[in-house]
Ligand binder design. Structure first.
Ligand SMILES: [Zn+2]
Length: 299
């Protein structure tokens, strides 16, 4: 089992590290009601057991980085779900999320997940940058105080929002390493951000790593990693792809076409393109993580 004290110890040039798979789709498979905020399960005994089981399975599959179940645990996003009553519990949800991941980490790093607010920022929407930063700061402070090893800002489509989250982390935990990944579909994010531009801007802000997650699946992530590598040759890069693009099953739940073998083939390709960390996003099960770990062990 990999034991590391810090992200810099674990990840570096010439070393490839396995990260975990999906949390949200795992919780949906465990019965999370549609429209409910997955993060709120951190404070529910039965839900927390599912969160821990997912972490445990990812760790057993070979993940050396576990992302907390706190993707949407900022006050702005929590206000959108469950009638909004969870918004005032954002900090408690984040602290519990770190504890649940730590309980199953067994030497793996615990990365505090920070996803988008779910609201468009100005000038496209009504949320001001200062308000977004304040919401992210509530989340980042709770994650840092609970002992997260790093902050993991993910699934961003608007670079302004990604930078607001980065500023929030820096404002409350100046020494915490920060990873930022964006969701690309085809050549850009849905907000029009190109991989090379994102990499250049994020590298200039001193992130520990940048990369691509979720979005359009394996091909989009590979294209993004290639673009980031071309723009910034020495930036550490992270790939956490969806298991392909989902389709709605007969029961209304999303199903993902990507198999563990697909994930393994993707892992080899994306490392060849420059990724140093490979995991999975939506639809990626512990079996996908194990396949990635096996592919990377085999070189
Ligand atoms: Zn995803």
């Amino acid at each position: 089992m990999v034991v590391s004290r810090s992200f810099a110890d674990l990840v570096g040039p010439g070393r490839v590290v396995v990260a975990d798979g999906a949390m949200g789709t795992s919780l949906m498979a465990a019965g999370l009601p549609a429209g409910a905020a997955p993060d709120t399960w951190n404070l529910d005994p039965a839900g927390a057991a599912h969160v821990r089981a997912t972490h445990r399975a990812h760790r057993a599959a070979g993940a050396a980085i576990l992302l907390t179940n706190t993707f949407g645990a900022n006050p702005v996003r929590l206000r959108l779900a469950d009638g909004g009553e969870a918004a005032e519990r954002a900090a408690a949800i984040c602290a519990a999320g770190v504890a649940l991941a730590r309980a199953e980490a067994d030497g793996a790093l615990v990365a505090g997940s920070i996803g988008p607010t779910g609201v468009l920022l100005e000038p496209y929407g009504d949320l001001g940058v200062a308000d977004a930063t304040a919401a992210f700061a509530v989340q980042a402070r709770a994650l840092a105080e609970a002992g997260a090893d790093l902050a993991w800002i993910e699934t961003m489509t608007d670079l302004t929002e990604a930078l607001a989250a980065l500023d929030a982390v820096r404002s409350v935990a100046p020494d915490l390493p920060i990873v930022v990944t964006l969701a690309f579909e085809g050549a850009r994010t849905i907000m029009g951000v190109a991989p090379g531009d994102a990499a250049t801007r994020l590298a200039a802000r001193g992130v520990a790593a940048a990369g691509a997650n979720c979005g359009g699946g394996y091909e989009s992530v590979e294209r993004a990693i290639a673009g980031m590598r071309a723009a910034v040759p020495d930036l550490l890069l992270v790939a956490k792809a969806n298991a392909g693009m989902p389709s709605a099953g007969a029961d209304g739940r999303s199903t993902f076409p990507g198999t563990p073998a697909d994930a393994a083939a993707h892992a080899r390709r994306v490392v060849g393109l420059g990724a140093s960390v490979v995991g999975g996003c939506c639809g990626s099960t512990p079996e996908h993580v194990a396949a990635i770990a096996g592919a990377l062990r085999a070189g």
